[in-house]
Design a protein around this ligand. Structure first.
Ligand SMILES: NC(=O)c1ccc[n+]([C@@H]2O[C@H](COP(=O)([O-])OP(=O)(O)OC[C@H]3O[C@@H](n4cnc5c(N)ncnc54)[C@H](OP(=O)(O)O)[C@@H]3O)[C@@H](O)[C@H]2O)c1
Length: 270
């Protein structure tokens, strides 16, 4: 199978690397305008080019990784080359209907991964058009399984997913950074503060997913009456962390919705 990834920047190169690690016997063609930035991928056996048309014409499947505002231009450019093909768009906020209107003879999957693709631990939510075939579904499953955990959702959830798990690594990195700083404040050496903070986040996520216990049940296993944890929880709750996180995701979701509206109205004007 030949996969062409158009717009190989941050998420595109993470996707290319995950596919190289996970899928044997595939050929990957990577494109961007500043092709010098792709030399590292070329050394890994990826064909690099700034010619989107040529790349798309040679591919069986196209992954579209450009910024939302660049999607229309790129699709118009490769319209002929992607006729009858499957295109997976990871562009935030760009609806399936918008994609289909530009290139009606292309089958689309809209996906929202996150940067944890780099370590094959992304969360990927996706939705697809009604014309996507069972073979397409198999291919998409194979691709996403190399990137992390994936789930099909109704398209109405995609902007919220963008605000939660798409941007989520950035929120958690802020929290991890705060934990590291806290570790330093209470006298831990830097390495120890770093490792204990990051591993605690990984372990807690796994605990929740793998034990299938309720969240409150797991929390009760750590919080003991008159113990150390409840002292910490008291301070955490006084800081309004729950509201802050809810506002965070809500703000990012609203921004994603605004981008959807902006893209649609910009397209109407042209
Ligand atoms: N970063 C994330 O964590 C993340 C997660 C989920 C989804 N996404 C989505 O993924 C998309 C890309 O995000 P990103 O963070 O990877 O941005 P990025 O690093 O800016 O990557 C976009 C790439 O597109 C290339 N590009 C622009 N116009 C092009 C054209 N006409 N033909 C070929 N390549 C072109 C740019 O390179 P040149 O300027 O050299 O052409 C750039 O490297 C966005 O739609 C975003 O919503 C990102």
């Amino acid at each position: 199978m030949k996969i062409c990834v158009i717009g190989v920047g941050v998420i595109g190169s993470a996707i290319v690397k995950s596919l190289l690690r996970g899928m044997s016997g595939i050929k990957i063609i990577a494109t961007r305008r500043n092709v010098d930035e792709l030399k590292e991928l070329e050394k890994l056996g990826v064909i690099i080019t700034c010619d989107n048309k040529k790349a798309a014409s040679e591919a069986d499947v196209v992954m579209l990784c450009v910024k939302p505002m660049d999607v229309k231009g790129v699709l118009e450019e490769v319209k002929k080359q992607i006729e009858g093909k499957l295109v997976v768009s990871v562009a935030a906020a760009v609806p399936l209907k918008f994609l289909k209107e530009i290139t009606p003879k292309t089958r689309f999957v809209r996906a929202m991964p996150n940067i944890a693709v780099l370590v094959n631990e992304a969360f990927i939510a996706y939705c697809s058009g009604p014309d996507v075939t069972s073979t397409d579904k198999k291919i998409v499953g194979e691709i996403f399984s190399k990137m992390g955990k994936y789930i099909k959702v109704h398209e109405k959830y995609m902007n919220s997913i963008t605000g939660l798990s798409g941007s989520g690594p950035a929120y958690l990195l802020v929290i991890i950074e705060a934990l590291i700083n806290a570790g330093l404040k209470v006298g831990l050496p830097k390495d120890l503060a770093f490792l204990s903070s990051a591993q605690t986040v990984i372990g807690t996520g796994k605990l929740l997913l793998e034990t299938k216990k309720r969240l409150s049940e797991l929390k009760d296993m750590v919080v003991t009456p008159g113990g150390t944890t409840i002292e910490g929880i008291y301070e955490l709750e006084s800081g309004g962390i729950r509201i802050a996180i809810m506002r965070t995701v809500e703000a990012a979701t609203k921004k994603s919705e605004k981008i959807t509206n902006d893209i649609i109205s910009a397209a109407r004007k042209t």
